[in-house]
Write a protein that binds this ligand. Structure first.
Ligand code: URP
Ligand code: ZN
Ligand code: ZN
Length: 455
């Protein structure tokens, strides 16, 4: 063996037990009591928790968006992820007009592969649906790319899919074993309300929220669910942030439909009150943070299993870029950071007693691996799987600051947030990539993950 992690408490989605873990060639090769091998390096995890690395199924690294490019490169974003206990990211590859699905992923991979510090996969955003693209679905699935996304918004940006497109991709995905994700908000309502506020001179960040409040998101959630139910196609709703939508997801799941909802840490910690702050524009993302009732309903959804996954929607911009919208909220590039904060924040909430550690592992690692088809390699500590492992010190106190983060962004929305417990080591396929506050991995280490969704 290459490495033995001894005496830790292993936390899985369904189990908690004390065991040693043996690792060879990047894989978990044994789990048990008192594993010995004189050749192996030994790490003593007494008093620590040993967790599967988190899988962040929603990131936008160096993505052209909002008149600029999101501020974390593949290197910076995956470095930061590793330092927060995330060992796999799913990034969005935007289809350019005229380009194919596999071509889109390959183009993105040229940028990503030399930089990635941890393993990664792509969801391809379908923004130019043509018959050839529908015909390519099966090839993409066979290639190991079984998840696509459509935006029900971003009309002016040329990314929006109307209901016709949404229904076609839902049906094709069902036929080919793929899964469609949607960003659900109503674009017409956003436009009408935005124009009204601008006419009235209401230009602060608060009006970003007011232009897309709870019901604007809920309508699109309901519409997407309606189409998925009607076509009996699976559906994954990204960054769910409102109570009415949460209730509709619960209803559909209770009726037996394959509907998944993801939410993000920012919707579990902040409310729309944040947009009343002087620096409110730094928190502008879409959908915006909502009221306390929505926040509470999302936490409830995690407990009941109606939220399947937590991901970050990591899409940060520098302060100077956020400042473009000082006097006009429509000029603020949309997106926030969280790639380094998701697992530590969720685990801290578990440590404070809000939910169980098992639940955090389930929604941050095991479920995304299953839903997006990489659970043969990722998402749990099981013999034969990749040794993507986090050692977590439940006693460590940590206060988030831009100074102790590892991304390239010059601020964090999480500044000053106090956490109980923190990761102290992260292993990516058995290689140490984070230790005691320092990144110790290297760009180019991360591998592209080929996946297959089991139904
Ligand atoms: O504001 C956000 N979320 N920006 C990134 C793009 C998206 O909608 O996910
Ligand atoms: Zn989105
Ligand atoms: Zn996003």
């Amino acid at each position: 063996m290459d490495l033995i992690i001894k005496n830790g408490v292993v936390i899985m989605a369904r189990d908690t037990y004390k065991a040693d873990i043996g690792i060879k060639n990047g894989k978990i090769v044994s789990i048990g009591k008192e594993i010995e091998d004189n050749e192996a390096e030994v790490i003593d995890a007494e008093g620590k928790y040993v967790l599967p690395g988190a899988i962040d199924a929603h990131t936008h690294l160096e993505m052209p968006f909002g008149g600029t490019i999101s501020a974390d490169s593949y290197e910076a974003g995956t470095r930061a992820a590793a330092c927060g206990g995330t060992t796999t990211v799913f990034d969005f590859a935007l289809q350019q007009k005229g380009h194919g699905i596999i071509q889109t992923a390959k183009e993105r991979d040229e940028l990503c592969a030399p930089q990635a510090c941890i393993d990664y996969a792509f969801h391809v955003v379908i923004s130019d649906l043509r018959p050839e693209i529908l015909d390519e679905f099966q090839d993409a699935v066979d290639y190991g790319l079984p998840s696509f996304k459509v935006y029900m918004v971003y009309k002016k940006e040329g990314l929006m899919a109307d209901d016709g497109v949404l229904c076609q991709v839902l049906e094709k995905a069902k036929e080919t074993g793929a899964l469609i994700s949607v960003h659900a908000e109503n674009p017409d309502l956003i436009d009408i309300r935005t124009e009204k506020y601008l006419r009235e001179g209401k230009t602060s960040a608060w009006y970003h929220y007011m232009s897309r409040p709870e019901f604007v998101e809920a309508e699109a959630d309901k519409r997407a669910i309606h189409w998925a139910k009607s076509l009996n196609a699976p559906l994954y709703i990204v960054h769910l942030a409102n109570k009415e939508g949460m209730e509709e997801v619960k209803k559909a799941k209770d009726e037996g439909y394959e509907i998944y909802a993801e939410t993000c840490p920012q919707y579990l910690y902040f409310t729309n009150e944040i947009y009343k702050r002087e620096d409110g524009r730094n928190f502008v993302c879409s959908p915006p943070m909502k009221g306390k009732e929505s926040l509470d309903s999302l936490w409830k959804g995690i407990k009941t299993g109606d939220i399947s996954t937590i991901a970050t929607d990591h899409c940060p911009f520098q302060t100077s870029e956020k400042d473009w919208g000082k006097d006009d909220f429509t000029k603020i590039p949309n997106g926030c950071m969280g790639i380094e904060n998701m697992y530590p924040y969720m685990l801290s909430e578990a440590n404070k007693g809000r939910i169980s550690f098992n639940k955090v592992v389930e929604v941050c690692s095991t479920n995304p691996a299953k839903i997006f088809g990489c659970d043969d390699q990722k998402g749990s500590i099981v013999i034969g799987k990749d040794a993507d492992i986090v050692i977590y010190d439940p006693k460590k106190e940590f206060i988030i600051s831009k100074h102790n983060m590892h991304s390239d962004v010059d601020y964090t929305i999480w500044e000053g947030v106090k956490l109980k417990g923190y990761p102290v080591m992260t292993f990516s396929r058995g290689k140490l990539v984070f230790k005691d506050g320092e990144f110790v991995g290297k760009p180019g280490w991360g591998k592209f993950l080929k996946r297959k969704i089991k139904r």
